[in-house]
Design a protein around this ligand. Structure first.
Ligand SMILES: [Zn+2]
Length: 131
């Protein structure tokens, strides 16, 4: 069964994208959107201060199992996004999704089918998908 929300989203993107329909515009805009997502995270730390980022090398004991590994890995984020920063990040991720859907439309790919395929791949790999 197809996901109607995803298909509808791709249809709306197709209708909205008039000026930047070229694949060159889409891939460059997608990259720009990705940069803006990173910028929103950085600004939450450096301008707002609702979060802080404290990156350091993970100390992983040699005798732990793969299943225990996530317990020793940090995302290096302290605190929580405030409402403003959350809203900004959501908007930037939304723009990213827009151009991702536009990219799919350019090649007649179905975003939901890709999600299902990736989910199946992750499920198959399980703990061995060490990304
Ligand atoms: Zn904030």
């Amino acid at each position: 069964m197809k996901d109607l929300l995803s298909d509808d989203f791709q249809q709306v993107v197709s209708e909205c994208i008039v000026r930047h329909r070229s694949i060159l515009d889409i891939i460059s805009k997608q990259q720009e959107a990705s940069g803006r997502v990173s910028r929103a995270v950085a600004k939450a730390a450096t301008s707002c201060g609702c979060i802080s980022i404290n990156a350091e090398k993970a100390e992983i004991p040699e005798d732990i199992s793969l299943q225990d590994l996530p317990n020793y890995m940090s995302n290096h984020v302290n605190g929580h996004l405030c409402d403003d920063c959350r809203d900004t990040l959501e908007n930037e991720i939304g723009t990213q999704l827009f151009y991702l859907a536009a990219l799919c439309n350019s090649f007649d790919l179905n975003l939901y089918d890709i999600l299902l395929k990736e989910r199946k791949r992750l499920h198959t790999l399980g703990i061995f998908n060490l990304t």
